[in-house]
Design a protein around this ligand. Structure first.
Ligand code: NIG
Ligand code: FE
Length: 422
């Protein structure tokens, strides 16, 4: 076998969705609908990288077909880049299924939190858990994500809310990144809630985050991003600004949770702070959204959250795309909104936020890669990128938003290796 011969190839894909960079990175406006599909498509892989993308006929003329040992026949199937889930909270212990009855009885998210439930219940359970338990929990979640087609995932701390417990959570995320096939990007979210011992003293907790947590976490290299839950009754825009500016001084990249329950001018703040991505944006005002478009802040839409909170309104995705904001999608997996499935999120995005199936797929691949600043490595099927590929039991990409409630994945390839075969 010649040196440049592939060691694995997918051939005869009914649709090979490449998301070629020529339509923009990130994809903005109308370009979000450009999937750059190849019919009867083929991808060839050597080691962990893509070395060829084209039609099956081209592949056969370029390589000695018979000598490719590992050939996967994708006849009648769809092939896409691996999904990227750029906003999740997978490091926690316990669960909160009992809150459904409270929600059904009309209790709001903040009322449940004020009663000591919600995030604070998970904080109590996560503080008690060992590092090993958090890794074990995270591994189960990552296995399911992988099984549902995700190949890169961001995750946050935020259920520790003390120096030691936040460090324990971030260590768990780093161990998972090392030991699990998926790539795990870590974010420090010490500003997720006000811990009970700081009740009524939010500024003191903000000072702890700034003077102790951020320096220690940055010096140990435990996180790449820093996030804040900026919300009425949680962290104010001023506090958010202080935390993010401190994080930036220590080399952590900024992202924030904004305007989920109330409009606190979070979108304007995200633009001002030049956040890489900002999540939720259910209530963001037009001025803020236009500022985000201008600053190039990526809007991370999390339709699983309004779904689980039984809210009527979802983020105004159509308006965001019209304004020129790069839009991405994520599960927001957390004990209030527990889904590993980007397929489910694509369905919610299409039916409840009126994204087209093509826009949703762009949002879950190349734009999600941009939200994690990994667009040079993942998010599209192009020569030189990581061989992170998913094959679906579906004839075309529209099926991802059409046949729902089941797992359409047939095969997942991560770093050039088959990691799922259903
Ligand atoms: O993004 N809203 C803040 N944080 C998470 C939820 C955390 C939880 O409820 O445990 C979110 O939705
Ligand atoms: Fe979140």
């Amino acid at each position: 076998m010649k040196n440049d011969e592939p060691d694995l190839a997918i051939v005869h894909a009914n649709q090979l969705v490449t998301i070629d960079s020529k339509f923009g990175v990130p994809r903005i406006g109308e370009k979000m609908g450009e999937l750059a599909i190849i019919l009867d498509g083929a991808v060839a892989v050597k080691d962990d990288k893509i070395i060829f993308v084209g039609t099956t006929e081209d592949l056969m003329s370029k390589f000695t077909y018979d000598q490719i040992i590992n050939k996967i026949d994708a006849t009648n199937k769809l092939v896409t880049p691996g999904f990227i889930d750029p906003h999740t909270h997978i490091i926690f212990d316990g669960s909160r299924e009992s809150e459904l009855s409270m929600k059904l009885a009309g209790k709001t998210y903040l009322e449940i939190l004020e009663a000591g439930g919600g995030i604070l219940k998970t904080v109590r359970e996560t503080r008690r858990a060992s590092l090993e338990k958090l890794v074990e929990n995270g591994k189960k979640i990552l296995d399911r994500m992988m099984n549902y087609g995700t190949t890169t995932v961001e995750t946050k701390s935020g259920y520790g809310l003390s120096l030691d417990s936040e460090i324990k959570s971030l260590k768990a995320a780093n161990i998972l990144n090392k030991d699990h096939p998926l790539d795990v990007v870590s974010t420090f979210l010490g500003a997720h809630a006000i811990p009970p011992e700081y009740k009524g003293r939010t500024d003191d907790y903000v000072n702890l985050i700034i003077s102790e947590m951020i320096p220690k976490i940055a010096s140990e290299g435990l996180a790449e991003f820093c996030d804040v839950f900026c919300e009425e009754g949680i962290f104010s825009t001023e506090q958010t600004q202080k935390i993010i500016n401190a994080a930036k001084r220590y080399g952590l990249k900024p992202q924030i949770h904004i305007d989920e329950i109330a409009d606190t001018n979070g979108a304007l703040l995200a633009a001002k702070l030049k956040a890489v991505q900002a999540g939720h944006l259910l209530k963001s005002n037009d001025e803020g959204l236009r500022a985000m478009a201008k600053a190039g802040v990526i809007a991370t839409l999390l339709p699983g959250t309004p779904f689980c909170l039984m809210l009527k309104d979802y983020a105004p995705a159509r308006k965001m795309i019209e304004f020129g904001i790069p839009v991405t999608l994520a599960t927001d997996l957390n004990p209030n909104c527990w889904t590993e499935s980007i397929q489910m999120i694509i369905v919610l995005a299409c039916y409840n936020m009126k994204l087209s199936p093509a826009e949703a797929l762009t949002a879950a691949t190349i734009n999600a890669a941009c939200a994690l600043q990994r667009q040079d490595q993942v998010g599209s099927i192009e020569v030189g990128k990581k061989a992170d590929l998913v094959m679906f039991n579906a004839p075309n990409y529209q099926f991802l938003a059409y046949q729902f409630g089941i797992n359409l994945v047939s095969t997942v390839i991560k770093n050039g290796k088959i990691v799922v075969q259903n």
